[in-house]
Design a protein around this ligand. Structure first.
Ligand SMILES: Cc1cc2nc3c(=O)[nH]c(=O)nc-3n(C[C@H](O)[C@H](O)[C@H](O)COP(=O)(O)O)c2cc1C
Length: 250
């Protein structure tokens, strides 16, 4: 079996969220499919170990916020690589609610769906949760983010709880036909990076080292991002100190 064949399936990326007893929970999901039009129903595949899954099943509601192409990558780091069991993911995140009360994320999103759970199916590692769409809206004219663009631009994979998870070394060992090369006149020059300085930086508070070659995928920072190109609100993943507390290594 070639795992790279699964990369030829097309998906979007979403924040799937719910609310239970006044608290909000959510995760990044690529699995959200419209399965019927009358009534409008969408199914999601939610890992049993995701903190959010049991909250959706108990609250019987979930929202799907459709991420935009040029996404705030911190959202992917927080919602896709961290757990609501450890942090409040909605701290400083603007949300709104529609009918069910499931939180809709407004930052970096182009559309949303508000769903009521009508059924669920145990498929092993994941639970398929069927929702009837109660309300939906388009909130921006930006293009939506696709999984393909996420892989190509950010060079990021998915964590173990994603239905699409494949071990990185297995993927790297597979050979597949190369993409069709464009003719010379069609090749566009690579956009220049704001900074080419690939020096590492150390957090003066806790000693954490930021290495541009590795980036900080857990926070949505792709490999190859120079320190100078980190967002102004970048914070040390260990002690949460701001960029100003980092010093350049010789
Ligand atoms: C690109 C990407 C796609 C993902 N797709 C799914 C998915 O479809 N279903 C799922 O259960 N988890 C998926 N995940 C994993 C969850 O987002 C991740 O396990 C998250 O930390 C769970 O958060 P929680 O424990 O707070 O619920 C995906 C993560 C990424 C980065």
């Amino acid at each position: 079996m070639k795992f790279k064949a699964f990369h030829k399936l097309s998906y979007g990326l979403y924040i799937i969220a719910t609310e239970l007893y006044g608290k909000k929970f959510g995760y990044i999901g690529n699995t959200a499919f419209q399965v019927t039009s009358t009534p409008s129903q969408i199914i999601i595949s939610s890992h049993k170990n995701n903190f959010t899954t049991s909250k959706i099943l108990e609250s019987k509601k979930f929202s799907i916020s459709v991420l935009q192409k040029e996404v705030n990558t911190a959202l992917i780091g927080v919602f896709g690589f961290m757990s609501g069991a450890d942090i409040d993911k909605f701290n400083n995140i603007e949300t709104t609610a529609s009918v069910t009360g499931a939180p809709i994320i407004t930052d970096s999103c182009v559309a949303w769906f508000d769903c009521r759970v009508v059924n669920s199916f145990d498929v092993g590692s994941h639970i398929l949760i069927l929702g009837e769409v109660i309300e939906s809206d388009v909130i921006s004219g930006e293009e939506p983010l696709t999984y393909d663009y996420y892989r190509e631009k950010y060079k990021m994979l998915a964590p173990k709880n994603a239905p699409t998870y494949v071990d990185k070394t297995r993927l790297e060992s597979e050979t597949v036909p190369e993409p069709v090369v464009k003719t010379e006149t069609e090749v566009k020059p690579e956009p220049e990076k704001a900074s080419e300085d690939l020096s590492s930086y150390t957090c003066k508070i806790c000693g954490f080292q930021y290495n541009p070659e590795e980036g900080d995928p857990a926070l949505g920072i792709p490999p190859g991002t120079p320190f100078a190109d980190l967002p102004d609100d970048y914070r040390c993943p260990i002690c949460n100190a701001g960029k100003e507390y980092f010093g350049k290594n010789d």
